[in-house]
Design a protein around this ligand. Structure first.
Ligand code: PMP
Length: 326
């Protein structure tokens, strides 16, 4: 018989799927690393399991312990699945701009969810960074994951996502394009790919309201770049330790409107029902058109599933209210 011993064994080995209609104007092959095939429907299952395994191995996470994290949803889902299989409790701190679906899904897999305001400084005691840190200090037998600065995050992608992409493209990949939040995906995959072939270009997708692009180009952390935005999953108002700027060749920023519109287009034109950062990522690939030539093989990574966005990017009333469609 051929079966997985538990749900965690089904993490990874996701397919690589060609884009067709949306990329017609590009000269090259565009392939998507389709991460919704993971059991928690996002790429984050990979790093969640790796962070837990590493914390178990060095004693930061002890039997029966409580896992605490500030998460926009997908990392929480991955942590919750692993916690159920391995016998831990979870408390997740989430900002109020995240979709209701994401919060409901986390509660469905047994986590306690604490909701914090989005539009406060990271150093404000009400911010989700501060609240998750404080809960980590106050809760007995707990472990604060800190996906932003936890090196196991990028390491998961160095050990699994990167090698899978290299193997699936037969080493022919020329460009890797991906949205950047904690930086774990771009840094881990990018490092692995550049070790195989230093000519591979690594591009990050950023959003307006986030610091990454300006910091990469100037080395200046410019607070004027920080303002509220709608796009979910990418962009930051901090510099996470997991973003390795040295392996990133450049960033392109995608507007909230374009990210939302292209999230719908992926579903309608390609049959790819994906999250908001996938819309940003594919629009970013189109913005980078001038960097690609005929023989290039571009891999874009799609982080999560469309079901978490049915109340927003897939709801035309919401899209009209936001002024994204007529
Ligand atoms: N897209 C989505 C939907 C995400 O949840 C995340 C993680 N915040 C990202 C993109 C960015 O990935 P990373 O944190 O590895 O940079």
């Amino acid at each position: 018989m051929d079966y997985a011993k538990n749900i965690l064994e089904t993490i990874g080995n996701t397919p690589l799927v060609k884009l067709n209609k949306l990329t017609e104007e590009l000269p090259c092959l565009v392939l998507s690393k389709y991460e919704t095939f993971n059991p928690g429907n996002s790429v984050k299952d990979r790093m969640a399991l790796k962070m837990i395994e590493d914390a178990e191995a060095d004693g930061r996470l002890k039997p029966g312990g409580t896992i605490i994290e500030g998460t926009s949803g997908n990392t929480g889902m991955g942590l919750a699945l692993a916690a159920i299989v391995k016998g831990y409790k979870c408390i997740f701190v989430i900002s109020d701009k995240q979709s209701k679906e994401k919060m409901d899904i986390l509660r469905a897999v047994g986590a306690e969810v604490v909701v914090c305001p989005t539009d406060v400084e990271p150093t404000d005691p009400r911010s989700y960074y501060s609240v998750s840190k404080r809960l980590g200090e106050e809760t007995p037998n707990s472990w604060y994951v800190n996906q932003y600065d936890n090196p196991s995050n990028a390491k998961a992608h160095y050990e699994s996502t990167g090698p899978e992409i290299w193997k699936q493209t037969d080493g022919k990949i020329t460009h890797f394009v991906v949205g950047v939040g904690t930086g774990g995906t771009i840094s881990g995959v990018g490092k692995y790919l550049k070790e195989q072939n230093p000519n591979i270009k690594v591009w990050g997708i950023d959003t307006y309201g986030s610091v990454f692009k300006k910091y990469h180009e100037t080395g200046v952390f410019d607070e004027n770049e920080i303002y509220p935005y709608v796009t979910e999953g990418i962009g930051e108002d901090i510099l996470p330790e997991n973003v390795d700027f040295s392996i990133i060749d450049g960033f392109t920023k995608v507007t909230d409107k374009d990210a939302a519109v292209y999230t719908q287009l992926l579903a309608k034109e390609e049959g790819m029902f994906l999250g908001n950062s996938a819309g940003a990522a594919i629009k970013g690939v189109l913005q980078l058109k001038e960097h690609f030539t005929k023989d290039d093989v571009v891999v874009v990574l799609f982080h999560d599933h469309g079901s978490r966005y049915v109340g927003k990017m897939f709801n035309n009333d919401w899209m009209r209210e936001m002024g994204y469609i007529d």
